[in-house]
Structures are given as C-alpha cells and as structure tokens.
Write a protein that binds this ligand. Structure first.
Ligand SMILES: [Zn+2]
Length: 235
C-alpha cells in the first residue's frame, strides 16, 4: 500500500470520526433537555391559576349571597310581622328589602356568569393537561430514542478510533504530524485527490512530473498551490 493510500484511508476514517463525534455531541445536548416542555407547562400553570381565581371569586360571592338572603328574610319577616307599625319606618324597611332583592339579583346573575367561566376554565385546564401529557409522552419517547442513538454513536466512535489508531500506527511520526497539521489548517482535508492532473481541493492544474511522483506514492507530494498531500487513485 502506498503511503498516499494509507493517508487517504486515514483521512476517510478521520472524517467519519469527526462527523460521528459531532452527531454524538448534538444527541448529548438533547438528552435531559426539557426546554420544549417549558411553554406547555407554563400555559397549564397559568390556566390552573385562572381557574383557582374563578373558584375563589365564586366562593366569596356565594357567601355574600347567603348573608344577603339571610338579611332579606329577616327584614321581610320584620316587615310582615306587625311589630313595626310606624308608616315611615315601614316604608324605609320596605325600601331596604327592595334594595336587598335587587342586590341579590345582581349577585346571582354574576354567580351564573362565574359558573360559565369556571366551566370554561375547567375545560381549558383539561385540554392543556392532555396536551402536556401528550408532549411529555413524546418527549420521553424521544429521550429513549436519543439515548439509544447516543449508545450506537459511542460504539461507532470507539470502533472508528480503533481503526484510526491501526492506520496511524502504519504511518511514520513526521508524516503523521504533517498530516495532522494540514488537517487542522485546511478545513479537515489534508489529502487531496488528483483527477485529470488537477488537485481536486483547489482545482489547480499540476505538472506531469508532480502527478507522476504523486502516482508513485512512495513519498509525500504536496500540491504546489494549496499545500495538501496529493493522492492519485489507482484504477
Ligand atoms: Zn491543491
């Protein structure tokens, strides 16, 4: 195997290793990230708070209606009991009963409105609860899937790393550092293929002599334009 073939294979493994590591990194970011549930959780909490407020208002108003009703009954009793005989006093008592009746009517109307509001709020809470349950279920499934995928990717990284080490061990140390440095400097591409006597990375034409030396592949031959190691595939 020519040195260039070895480096070309090494680069392929390195590229796959980089890609697999990136995928693993992305998956790991997803693991445990509950931020997609923040908004539905918040919506449900707000709806529950609204329902709680309606219920409280309803209870307060029920108490108010009860005491109004009690006062009205007492005043009516007084009005028709015959204990009050003074016409002026009777008149004002009667006026008061009428006022109480109207106030009670208003309270009861408001209570009916609150009943409707409570029904609506209860429905809204139930709907949001169901939506959150659904989303939580989907989230859990996605997490399980992501954890499985992370394991697969981790296994792939290990096996690629082994392959990489085996290939790299066949390359002498100075060549390996040249290759590593070029990969870092040249966007991950240290080895450039040659096609029709042209460097496939920078698309600059090569001299026949350079191409010939690269084809032999016994030594490192660099592209005179981009500096990458040239690799001429053997058909
Ligand atoms: Zn080039």
């Amino acid at each position: 195997m020519r040195l260039a073939d070895l480096l070309h294979d090494l680069q392929e493994v390195d590229a796959r290793l980089d890609g697999t590591r990136r995928s693993l990194e992305l998956i790991r970011h997803q693991l445990g990230d509950r931020s997609s549930l923040d908004s539905p959780t918040h919506d449900l909490a707000r709806a529950r708070e609204a329902l709680h407020q309606v219920e409280t208002a309803e209870r307060d108003l029920e108490l108010q209606a009860d005491s109004r009703r009690a006062k009205m009954v007492a005043d009516e009793k007084k009005l028709y009991s015959g204990t009050v005989t003074n016409p002026k006093e009777l008149g004002s008592l009667s006026d008061e009963v009428n006022l109480e009746k109207r106030a009670l009517d208003r309270t009861e109307t408001r209570l009916l409105e609150l009943l409707e509001e409570r029904d609506e709020s209860t429905r809204r809470v139930a709907n949001l609860r169901a939506a959150l349950d659904q989303q939580t279920k989907a989230w859990n499934e996605a997490q399980t899937h992501a954890a499985e995928r992370a394991e697969e990717l981790q296994a792939a990284v290990s096996s690629l790393q082994e392959r990489r080490d085996a290939l790299a061990s066949q390359v002498d140390a100075p060549t390996r550092s040249t290759y590593d440095a070029l990969r870092r400097q040249k966007g991950g591409i240290a080895v450039a293929g040659v096609l029709q006597r042209t460097c496939q990375s920078c698309h600059v034409g090569l001299t026949p002599a350079i191409e010939q030396r690269a084809r032999m592949g016994a030594e490192l031959v660099h592209c005179h334009s981009c500096g990458r190691i040239l690799y001429v595939p053997i058909n």
